[in-house]
Design a protein around this ligand. Structure first.
Ligand SMILES: [Zn+2]
Length: 364
């Protein structure tokens, strides 16, 4: 039932064309004021890396066994293997943002949701790296409601997760927000958002399109300095859109080993993004043993691939995580311009954290 959408859009600009109502403008500026307090920024090397962690399915820790691992891996395997993988991948990738795309905990097996959430996110919290999360369809099956889970997450250390935009009262679900990434400190883009992340989480299907329009079609003319052209954006959420079923192995990179677990009703969210034009890639979880990326109408639709050891998987098929790396353009005078390219790859949880399936999602 949950349609969770986390969108990351990037950069600045755009104008939303004809959203003329003043209340919409007021909402957009309220959001941008909040965003300015955030500190996401391209590095001095003009890079911004995002680590996606899909479907940890964390429960009680050491006593919660692994699922679908090889017989020789089973003994002693628990949620702590998920924690160990998260620590290693954070240390190896050194992301600037970690995004958890839902089913962070597996509520049915979690005795205490607060304990499980704290344990599941602890490697992110202790890394001091900003992180964001949305809910999946299993996060609320323990001792907290969906609202309760999201409230708890929002109160955790170093998170940029938000409950919902305070000025919008008709959003279904919890955990809908945008995050912006600004240019390199000291550059001409210092105060411009180079990337803007919209995180959508919605329970109801009917309002999904409205929600998409609210986030995607919003003005990027943010203060203090607006840009004049749109920039590429990214969207992160839990459940794949029906449009993920548009691919076969001839036109995607990665694997499809199970059906697309999307909602049966097409909310029009994809069409909304395609028409707006700024969102270049969408990242989801939910189907743990799919990890492909395929391009449809200029938008890459990507799975993260299952991360957690208590989540169902496929024995012998390594747990994995997806990394997105955005790079800025170098200007003639040696400064930094807008986003030049967005690439992705996955890392497997083997000894070498082997990188696979590198591909370019967008380039300028
Ligand atoms: Zn899951």
């Amino acid at each position: 039932m949950a349609n969770i959408h986390l969108v990351m859009a990037a950069v600045v600009v755009v104008l939303l064309v004809s959203l003329s109502s003043t209340s919409t403008s007021a909402s957009a500026s309220a959001i941008s004021t909040k965003q300015q307090k955030q500190s996401l920024r391209f590095s001095e090397k003009g890079e911004f890396r995002i680590l996606q962690v899909a479907d940890m399915h964390y429960a009680d820790g050491k006593t919660t066994p692994c699922k679908d691992v090889l017989p020789q891996q089973f003994e002693g395997c628990s949620d702590l293997n998920t924690t160990a993988f998260l620590r290693r991948i954070i240390a190896a990738v050194k992301p600037h943002l970690i995004v958890f795309t839902g089913d962070n905990i597996f509520g049915l097996d979690a005795k205490d949701a607060v304990y499980s959430l704290n344990a599941a996110f602890s490697p992110a919290v202790s890394s001091d790296i900003p992180w964001a999360a949305v809910l999946g369809n299993h996060d609320q099956e323990s001792t907290l409601s969906r609202a309760g889970v999201m409230k708890h997450i929002v109160g955790m250390k170093h998170t940029l997760s938000q409950f919902n935009p305070p000025e919008v009262d008709n959003i279904d679900g919890f955990g809908n927000y945008n995050l912006e990434v600004r240019g390199v400190e000291g550059s001409a883009f210092e105060n411009k958002s180079v990337a803007l992340f919209n995180i959508f989480c919605a329970l109801g299907r009917g309002k999904l399109k409205d929600l998409a329009q609210y986030f995607v079609l919003r003005a990027y003319k943010n203060k203090p300095e607006a840009q004049e052209a749109p920039a590429p954006g990214l969207a992160y959420f839990h459940i794949p859109l029906p449009d993920f079923a548009s691919f076969d192995s001839s036109n995607f990179t990665g694997v499809k080993q199970q059906g697309i677990g999307s909602a049966s009703v097409n909310s029009g969210f994809f069409t909304t993004m395609a028409e707006a034009g700024d969102v270049k890639a969408v990242f989801v979880g939910h189907d743990h043993i799919n990890d492909f990326c395929g391009e449809l109408a200029g938008i890459h639709l990507c799975y993260g691939g299952g991360f957690g050891y208590h989540a169902y998987g496929k024995a012998g098929w390594d747990r994995r995580a997806r990394v997105v790396a955005a790079s800025l353009e170098k200007t003639e005078n040696g400064g930094w311009g807008g986003v030049k390219s967005i690439k992705t790859r996955k890392h497997l949880d083997n000894q070498l954290l082997t990188a696979v399936d590198a591909q370019v999602l967008w380039s300028h």
